[in-house]
Design a protein around this ligand. Structure first.
Ligand SMILES: *Cc1c(COP(=O)(O)O)cnc(C)c1O
Length: 371
């Protein structure tokens, strides 16, 4: 059986008429940049998410950069983020002129270790980017408290956590702003690059919007120099067509994760993902830790099951951050786990037969092992 890591085609086919009509409308009205489809998506997303402002941007990397720029982050500042994430969470810090400071992950939930976060704070720390990786939120309440005590801005990278919750509060609603990516493979994905910033602060929302559109909220009225980071009409219309389905798709991801938990429960060589109490893990990724991870991944590939690693080298040890001279002893857990983690296929359209097959392959791999 062939099981791709993501199956964007299956989702398209399930809503083909809606998507095709949305694309046709944008083209027939030539509403390519800005315009009513972009406005409509922004207001639909904000109202479904439960937030006052949604500022659409070109992608989920620009969104982080724009937030930090408009909060005045720059040279001489330190910004704390987590060691295990996608490079957007740290490269945007450097782009502002600030210095990224990485913190190790906690062994249970794979998010930033809160005690180590406390220790990383210095008088130069201005902001912390909390990354809700894999669909699982961090303990944002404790993090928020620490940030407030230390006068640090808190922003949330929600690129992998659309509609995730901690104590009934959605990702992106605790910090001063939340950053989202709508990259095609994300839980809510466009058919190209797309992203947005959410915030309940109207003044900041205007600043974000201004910076993303060349520093001008009205044409030719450039208050500052900005950048060009716009969501286009086609992506907006596609995202808007997907919006009525997102809560259902999210539920199906959670259901499928539950089925995997059962199917995989007897295999002692792997650790299945643990959900933080009082939280809603939306399983952007289903990440197991596995003995002999690389051999397992190869075996699965031979059996037609595609897997991925998020991420094979933690950020502080990428060539791009060699200049930081990070100490191995500061990233004990992140370094240990980078050779154990494996993301197996999980999406709303995945069938029970497919999941049974994946589980059987994993079990066969370890059984042949013991002989
Ligand atoms: C995908 C992702 C981003 C970046 O989003 P793009 O839209 O690809 O720029 C940022 N942070 C995390 C954690 C991501 O997974």
């Amino acid at each position: 059986m062939k099981i791709p890591f993501v199956d964007l085609k299956a989702q398209y086919l399930s809503i083909k008429t809606e998507i095709d009509a949305a694309i046709e409308n944008v083209i027939s009205e030539t509403a390519f940049i800005g315009g009513k489809y972009v406005k409509k998506f922004e207001s639909d997303f904000a109202s479904l998410y439960g937030v006052k402002n949604c500022v659409s941007v070109a992608n989920g990397t620009d969104s982080l950069y724009i937030i930090m720029k408009m909060l005045g982050i720059g040279h001489g500042d330190e910004v704390i983020t987590v060691a295990n994430s996608w490079i957007s969470s740290s490269e945007t810090i450097t782009q502002t002129g600030a210095r990224p400071v990485f913190v190790d992950i906690d062994p249970e939930y794979y998010s930033m270790d809160i005690e180590k976060f406390r220790k990383a704070i210095t008088p130069k720390t201005k902001l912390m980017i909390c990354v809700h990786l894999q669909g699982q939120m961090c303990d944002i309440e404790t993090i928020d408290k620490i940030c407030k005590e230390n006068n640090i801005y808190l922003i949330e990278d929600c690129a992998q956590s659309h509609f995730s919750e901690f104590n009934r509060k959605r990702a992106g609603l605790t910090g001063i702003a939340g950053s989202f990516s709508f990259y095609p493979g994300k839980n809510l994905g466009a058919y190209g690059d797309a992203g947005c910033i959410i915030t309940n602060n109207d003044e900041l929302a205007d600043k974000f919007r201004m910076y993303a559109t060349h520093g001008a909220l009205k044409k030719h009225d450039h208050q500052i120099e900005g950048i060009n980071s716009r969501l286009d009409g086609l992506q907006a219309a596609i995202l808007d067509a997907k919006l009525p389905h997102i809560l259902d798709w999210t539920d199906r991801r959670i259901e499928n994760a539950g089925k995997y938990n059962e199917l995989l429960s007897g295999i002692k060589q792997i650790v299945t993902p643990k959900v933080r109490p009082n939280s809603k893990h939306t399983f952007h990724l289903y990440v197991i830790r596995a003995e002999r991870r690389d051999e397992l991944a190869n075996y699965l590939k031979e059996q037609g099951v595609e897997t991925a690693i998020h991420y094979p080298t933690v950020l502080p040890f990428l060539p791009a951050y060699k200049y930081l001279n990070s100490a191995v002893s500061d990233f004990e857990i992140a370094l240990k786990y980078q050779s154990e983690i494996l993301s197996i296929p999980l999406y709303p359209e995945l069938t029970m037969d497919q999941m049974k097959y994946v589980a059987k392959c994993i079990s066969d791999f370890y059984n042949s092992d013991s002989k």
